[in-house]
Design a protein around this ligand. Structure first.
Ligand SMILES: Nc1ncnc2c1ncn2[C@@H]1O[C@H](COP(=O)(O)OP(=O)(O)OP(=O)(O)O)[C@@H](O)[C@H]1O
Length: 291
């Protein structure tokens, strides 16, 4: 058993952690004429220990949803709770892995991974076996003395995953973690991620814009509407694991889910397109009127 999994197993008497509830959440950015309501009356329950994938039209509020759960932003109305307690700010129990690399360039891979535990006052003897374990799990044990700049994009993302995982958070929030990687590296990262998840299950909210990626990894697929975001469609992805891209291509149920999801996404994207068109037309009217 891995060092991280052992730590988790020793805590098995506790109730499962990592339940997230959003109750009628609203979020607006900006003020006055620049105000943009990104989320309105949005309710959602994320059950503990499941891999939830969130997908939706561009700019619909996917990152906002993660930021509210992480506690980086506060709702203007409604409530976000984690295990029944209001989310009032970031906590080590809810960790976010960002779209872009947030590694410290001046620290080695090992130092990056160990950083949060060191900052929390843990000693080297305590940290070393955990760091060794997570680095092995992401296939980077041989690279622990390298600096981020010496690694490929895929390797940097794996360091990010290791850095989040070593803290053993109840909830992991991943904001398009494989964005920008070439197709082959992305495929490998999905495999790494699924293996890591199988060994270290927990609540995951994973944002992606790729429907194939979503169906490959999800226990549950959540499609958000066009802005203001609400849950538009929620489906259990009850396909057997382990899954591979090749087996999903030939699976009727996977293809049905994909077809339906694409229809919903298309409808929502068209609303976004029409909304942007109307917004532009009304701005032009205001500009013309002020001349
Ligand atoms: N801090 C902010 N101030 C003003 N507007 C913001 C802010 N953060 C996000 N927005 C706007 O809110 C909307 C939703 O943003 P968000 O990043 O949550 O969407 P998204 O679905 O993750 O987008 P993408 O698919 O492009 O990653 C966008 O129009 C964005 O421009």
């Amino acid at each position: 058993m891995s060092a991280v999994a052992e730590r988790r197993a020793s805590d098995q008497t506790a109730a499962p952690r990592g339940r997230i509830d959003l109750h009628r959440v609203a979020k607006t950015y900006g003020q006055g004429r620049l105000a943009k309501t990104v989320m309105e009356d949005c309710s959602l329950t994320i059950e503990p220990g499941r891999l939830n994938v969130v997908i939706g039209p561009s700019g619909c509020g996917k990152s906002t949803l993660l930021r509210l759960i992480a506690g980086f932003d506060q709702p203007d109305a409604g409530a976000v709770t984690a295990d029944g307690s209001p989310v009032r700010g970031p906590a080590s129990d809810r960790l976010m892995v960002f779209q872009e690399s947030a590694l410290f360039d001046w620290m080695t891979v090992y130092e990056n991974v160990a950083f949060a535990l060191r900052a929390a006052g843990r000693g080297s003897r305590d940290i070393a076996p955990l760091a060794k374990d997570v680095l092995e799990r992401v296939g980077l044990a041989a690279f622990k003395e390298k600096y981020p700049g010496q690694l490929s994009g895929g390797m940097q993302r794996r360091v990010e995953l290791a850095r989040a995982l070593i803290n053993d958070p109840a909830v992991m929030l991943l904001d398009e973690p494989f964005r920008g990687l070439d197709a082959m590296t992305r495929g490998l990262m999905q495999e790494y991620f699924l293996r890591l998840y199988a060994d270290n299950p927990r609540t995951v909210v994973f944002v992606t814009t790729e429907i194939d990626e979503a169906i490959l990894i999800a226990d549950r697929l959540i499609i958000l509407s066009n802005v203001p975001a609400r849950v538009r469609w929620l489906v259990e992805i009850d396909l057997p694991r382990p899954r591979t891209v090749a087996t999903l291509y030939e699976d009727d149920r996977a293809n049905d889910i994909k077809r339906e999801a694409i229809e919903v996404l298309h409808e929502e994207a068209m609303k976004s397109f029409r909304g942007a068109f109307r917004e532009r037309a009304s701005k032009e009217a205001v500009t013309a009127g002020s001349k």
